[in-house]
Design a protein around this ligand. Structure first.
Ligand code: FUB
Length: 354
C-alpha cells in the first residue's frame, strides 16, 4: 500500500492527503474501470491494478472490484482475481499480465472477462522487440466481491486485449475486444455463437479500449484513439491540429455489430484545454503533463450517465503536488457526468481532478 516511496523515479513523495474528488479511488492505483449496475442496485466496477512501485504494464497482476451508490464513495471489495489463478507452471518464466477487464451479471452469476497478456521472455523479434501474445479468458463467481474461478481460459477466436461485454435488451450477449472485434456469445457465456467480425467504426482513430452502451435504441461504441505516445505533450504542441490526441471517441450504429458512424470526442486529454482545464487547488492550471492512457466506461445510474476514465493525477500528486507528470502506469479511476446536447450528441467531458 501507500506510505512507501511511491513512484519509481522521483524521491519527493507527498504524504499529505489527496485534496480532490477525482480520482475516486485513492488508496491504491486502479485503471480500466468497467462500470455496470448490478442486481443489488449499486454500480460495480472491476478495475486493473497498477503497481505501487511503478513496475509498469508487465506488473499488472490482479483485479479489484468496487461498488458505490453515489458515484463518489467507493467500497473496495478487494482482490477477486490474480494472474496466479491462470498461469500454467510450464510457462512461469514468461511475464504474464492481466490488462483491462470487464464484469457482467447473467442468470445468477457474475462473469469476468480478462485479457491475458504474455511477454515471451525467450523470444525477440528481428527489430529487437519482445514477442507478446494476448487473448481473452472468462472466469465466474457467485458474487462480485468473491474470488472468480476460470471457466474458459482462452475463448476460441480471440486475439488481443480489452474485452467489453454488452447484453442487449433482448438478452443477446456481445463481446468486443482487441482491434474493434465483436461477436455474439452463446448462452454459456464462454464460447462464440457467431464468427468474430471486424467492426466498421467510420474512422481510423481506434486504438484500444472498446466499450458499448445503448442509448435511445442506438448503439454507442467508444474507444481510446491512436495518439503520438512518443511525442511529449508541451504547451507549444498541445493545440497542434496535426497531433494525434489521446482522447476517448465514439461511433454510433443502429446495430450492435455495426456498421458505425463516427461521431466525435467523448473526453479531452487532461490539461489540453489549458484555459478551460482542471485547476490546481491554488488556482494554477494543472500541468498538461498529467495526460495518460485513456480508457473509458459508461454507465447510466438513476437517469444520469457517467463516464469513467483514468488519469495519473494521483501519482503526480504523490510525487510533486501536481507539478510532476505522474507515472504512466500508476493510474487512477475517475468519474464525471456524461451529458448530451439537444441533438443527442455527446458534450465532450473535460477530464477533471475535482
Ligand atoms: O491497462 C493496460 C492497458 O492500457 C489496457 O488494456 C489498455 O486499454 C490501456 O488502458
Amino acid at each position: 500500500g501507500f506510505g512507501q516511496a511511491v513512484g519509481s523515479k522521483k524521491k519527493n513523495v507527498n504524504t499529505k492527503p489527496y485534496p480532490l474528488g477525482n480520482p475516486v479511488v485513492k488508496h491504491m492505483y486502479t485503471a480500466d474501470a468497467s462500470p455496470h449496475v448490478m442486481p443489488d442496485g449499486k454500480v460495480w466496477m472491476v478495475t486493473s491494478v497498477d503497481s505501487d512501485n511503478g513496475g509498469g504494464y508487465e506488473t499488472m497482476h490482479s483485479y479489484h472490484t468496487f461498488s458505490s451508490s453515489d458515484m463518489v464513495n467507493w467500497t473496495d471489495h478487494g482482490e477477486v482475481f490474480h494472474v496466479d489463478d491462470i498461469m500454467p507452471e510450464e510457462v512461469e518464466n514468461e511475464k504474464w499480465a492481466l490488462w483491462a477487464p470487464d464484469m457482467v451479471y447473467r442468470n445468477g452469476q457474475y462473469y469476468l472477462y480478462y485479457p491475458v497478456r504474455i511477454l515471451h521472455t525467450d523470444t525477440v523479434r528481428a527489430n529487437g522487440g519482445r514477442v507478446t501474445s494476448s487473448y481473452i479468458g472468462v472466469a465466474v463467481s457467485d458474487s462480485p466481491d468473491e474470488k472468480f474461478k476460470v471457466l474458459n481460459p482462452k475463448i476460441e477466436g480471440t486475439k488481443g486485449i480489452d474485452p467489453a461485454i454488452f447484453i442487449d435488451d433482448d438478452g443477446t450477449p456481445y463481446l468486443y475486444w482487441g482491434r474493434h472485434m465483436g461477436a455474439v456469445l452463446k448462452e454459456n457465456m464462454q464460447e462464440f455463437a457467431t464468427k468474430p467480425v471486424s467492426i466498421e467504426l467510420g474512422t481510423d482513430r481506434f486504438m484500444e479500449a472498446p466499450w458499448m452502451n445503448k442509448r435511445n435504441g442506438e448503439y454507442h461504441f467508444s474507444y481510446h484513439t491512436k495518439y503520438d505516445w512518443k511525442v511529449k505533450l508541451t504547451k507549444d504542441n498541445h493545440n497542434d491540429p496535426n497531433r494525434k490526441k489521446s482522447e476517448l471517441a465514439y461511433s454510433v450504429s443502429q446495430s450492435p455489430l455495426g456498421p458505425f458512424e463516427y461521431k466525435g470526442t467523448l473526453n479531452h486529454e487532461l490539461g489540453v484545454n489549458v484555459n478551460n482545464g482542471p485547476r490546481h487547488p491554488d488556482g494554477d492550471f494543472v500541468s498538461w503533463k498529467l495526460t495518460q492512457s485513456n480508457h473509458g466506461g459508461i454507465v447510466e445510474y438513476h437517469g444520469q450517465e457517467y463516464l469513467f476514465y483514468h488519469t495519473s493525477a494521483l501519482s503526480s500528486w504523490r510525487q510533486d503536488e501536481f507539478k510532476g507528470e505522474g507515472t504512466w502506469t500508476q493510474r487512477s479511476v475517475c468519474v464525471d457526468s456524461l451529458n448530451y446536447d439537444t441533438n443527442g450528441n455527446v458534450i465532450p467531458v473535460q477530464q477533471t481532478i475535482e
